[in-house]
Design a protein around this ligand. Structure first.
Ligand SMILES: NC(=O)c1ccc[n+]([C@@H]2O[C@H](COP(=O)([O-])OP(=O)(O)OC[C@H]3O[C@@H](n4cnc5c(N)ncnc54)[C@H](OP(=O)(O)O)[C@@H]3O)[C@@H](O)[C@H]2O)c1
Length: 347
């Protein structure tokens, strides 16, 4: 059977895409071949298609064009490599692939067994495909801010970008852990954020971030880097920490090269870390960087088994129509964008 990848052929504001045939190689030790059902398009895919992160990601082979993006996997095991222990051909799974130039926007992918879990009943392929990447990044951010099941209970947590994918997951997890959550979101997301567990919402169009009180035990910034230093001042003495996923790490290296980017990154991080230390001596400050994480996948799998954790789906399209899914995310339209990857594509 012919395999296809949905690739970006060159980086541009409106990138060019192509469905590209490829020859599947045999899986290596600990790897399996997945016949894909669905994957998702996340904000990072849109940015990478525009050239973002090229310098740093190229060191991992993940900046080379043509570039198949996508980290989320839902599909069926089609072949197993040596030393695969749990999975067998025919198992339906979901999970993650680390950033590469042969991502999950494809009919077939090679993935590491350790980053795959059995697909739970009661979720469609599209619903599952929206979850692992965003959930994992959110869990890494919670960890970076010093939040876990024990530490979060009764603590006040400020979540910026609460109506987005990471924000919605953070609300669900933090509410289950007993945190008091202030969710900053747009007007149309206030009800959703409350339903997901926010104690209070702040409409970002009516109230300025600058007017937020300085009383939080933790801050999660999933929205805007420019606010990060100010947000650090919203921590109270004794706070746990502050994590951001919207830091300029990759952009600094793209813009300023290896040396300039490194210096700028140190400067940026130290500036906000100093603000955190000033507001809350001993609190953590973390720049979250996505990577497949087994602990986060286990928490997700446990939650899914209980019927928890969903994100609204905005659209689900065949792989060949992937450009529309990228448009959906780039234009900030509501709901996750899913690519249905079964090999019913035409090149
Ligand atoms: N560092 C990493 O490894 C990593 C990994 C994953 C994601 N990220 C980044 O983390 C961010 C969140 O990811 P996501 O998947 O949750 O994205 P998303 O679904 O697009 O949500 C982002 C949310 O941020 C809020 N927002 C957007 N523009 C804003 C503005 N100008 N001011 C205030 N709030 C604004 C909006 O929330 P409301 O609608 O509620 O206002 C939006 O829904 C993205 O920038 C993404 O690229 C980084």
């Amino acid at each position: 059977m012919q395999s296809f990848r949905f690739v970006v052929t060159e980086a541009a504001e409106r990138p060019k895409f192509r469905l590209q045939p490829f020859t599947l190689v045999s899986p290596g030790p600990g790897e399996v071949v997945i016949e894909m059902e669905a994957s998702s398009v996340n904000p990072i895919d849109v940015k990478r298609a525009q050239g973002y992160g090229k310098r740093v990601l190229s060191t991992k082979g993940a900046g080379k064009f043509p570039l198949a993006l996508g980290n989320d996997i839902v599909g069926t095991v089609a072949a197993v490599g040596p030393k695969v222990q749990r999975l067998k051909v025919g198992d339906r799974v979901f999970g993650l692939k680390a950033p590469s130039n042969s991502g999950a926007h494809a009919t077939h992918v090679i993935a590491k067994e350790k980053f795959l879990r059995p697909a739970p009943a009661g979720f469609s392929a599209a619903e599952l495909a929206a979850l692992p990447y965003s959930f994992t990044t959110m869990m890494l951010a919670l960890k970076g801010a010093g939040l876990d099941e024990r530490s979060a209970c009764g603590r006040s947590v400020l979540v910026l970008g609460a109506g987005g994918g990471l924000g919605q997951f953070a609300l669900q997890v933090l509410a289950a852990w007993g945190a008091q959550i202030t969710a900053v979101c747009e007007t149309t997301n206030e009800e959703l954020c409350k339903a997901l567990g926010a104690t209070e919402t702040v409409d970002r169009f009516k109230q300025k971030v600058r007017d937020l009180p300085a009383r939080f035990d933790a801050v999660l910034n999933f929205a805007v880097w420019d606010d990060d230093e100010f947000l650090a001042t919203r921590l109270r003495p004794g706070a746990l920490g502050h994590a951001t996923t919207v830091h300029p790490l990759l952009a600094n290296f793209d813009r300023l090269g290896w040396i300039g980017g490194g210096l700028q990154t140190m400067k940026d991080k130290r500036r906000v870390a100093a603000a955190v230390r000033h507001a809350a001596p001993g609190a953590r400050y973390a720049w979250t960087v996505f990577g497949p994480d087994e602990t986060a996948l286990n928490v997700l799998a446990e939650g899914l088994a209980k019927g928890h954790f969903r994100l609204p789906i905005g659209l689900a399209l065949p792989l060949a129509d992937g450009a529309q899914a990228f448009d959906h995310v780039r234009e900030g339209r509501a709901g996750r964008a899913i690519l249905m990857c079964k090999n019913n594509t035409t090149a």
